[in-house]
Design a protein around this ligand. Structure first.
Ligand code: BEZ
Ligand code: FE
Length: 280
């Protein structure tokens, strides 16, 4: 007998009953709700529903805790747009070709243990949307694996890649979750971000995402995933020497971010405090 499952089921049922009573929901409204959930299942949007209700991020945060005390990088959700087996390359890497309308970005940093020791054998698996906020696997105009790479770091754990500044991303436009958001007057935008998975033997894999600062949705992410510690510090450089060094023909953004990994055997959760920008 699964006692925990029984208790959770009872608690959940009680919460449902309270809401049904408070709003005097009718049988018709209840059937509407069930039909909506049926459609969500049919169109494979249950994870998306959990995302836009802020529940995916909430569970992620409770699972991985607040690692500021460990000096480890904060976790974040993977999202539905990760693809395995992106091209494996050595640092420094190129995530895409830079087109006329793009704003180039050069990002670099080090993969470190929480004690500040470089991790030379780490892999930085990175993926992002393009200048229109589109991911390669949802956009017929992009090449296979565009803006996706697995980067081998150097002997000191350093990585570097050249990419472009992504645009905000609008999720789940066509299905039941999109319709639901419209009905409750909520937008479906995510602030521009870059996803990462960092792997190294002997360390816990780190899945997280970093945010482009000053984005119009930075305080209003439709999945509520923004954490202060994960907002990048971007600087623009127009130094001709820098441009030449990076093989770029125009001013570009530069950012540095070190990722700090927890040892494999460490406790998952160091505290139950939540580190999310919004505390709802
Ligand atoms: C994303 O990060 O791209 C994403 C996350 C949750 C739902 C949809 C998209
Ligand atoms: Fe994303």
């Amino acid at each position: 007998m699964d006692q925990r499952l029984l208790e959770i089921t009872n608690k959940l049922t009680e919460s449902f009953k309270q809401v049904i009573k408070e709003y005097e929901m009718t049988e018709e409204e209840w059937m509407d709700a069930l039909n909506f959930l049926t459609e969500v299942g049919k169109q494979d949007e249950f994870i998306l529903l959990s995302d836009v209700l802020g529940l995916s991020v909430y569970v992620n945060e409770l699972t991985h805790g607040d690692h500021r005390h460990d000096h480890a990088t904060d976790y974040n959700v993977e999202g539905p747009l990760y693809r395995e087996n992106a091209p494996l390359v050595d640092t420094p890497a190129q995530l895409c070709t830079i087109e006329e309308h793009d704003e180039p970005l050069v990002m670099s940093g080090q993969i470190l243990s929480v004690d500040g020791e470089p991790i030379p054998h780490a892999i930085v698996d990175v993926w992002q949307a393009n200048e229109n906020g589109d991911y390669e696997n949802e956009d017929p105009n992009q090449e296979e694996f565009n803006l996706r790479k697995r980067i081998r770091v150097d002997e000191e754990g350093n990585y570097q890649f050249t990419s472009i500044i992504p645009a905000p991303y609008e999720i789940g436009k066509g299905g039941p979750v999109g319709e639901f958001l419209k009905r409750i007057g909520r937008h479906a935008w995510r602030p521009a971000h870059i996803h990462f998975k960092i792997y190294a033997e002997g360390y816990k894999p780190l899945t997280t995402m970093l945010f482009i600062p000053n984005d119009p949705y930075i305080d209003n992410d439709s999945i509520n995933a923004v954490k202060e510690s994960l907002i990048l510090d971007l600087k623009k450089t127009d130094d001709p020497e820098d441009m030449k060094k990076q093989g770029l023909d125009r001013p570009f953004f530069v950012t540095e971010f070190d990722f700090k990994l927890l040892p494999e055997e460490s406790e998952e959760r160091t505290s139950k405090t939540t580190n999310l920008r919004s505390k709802v």
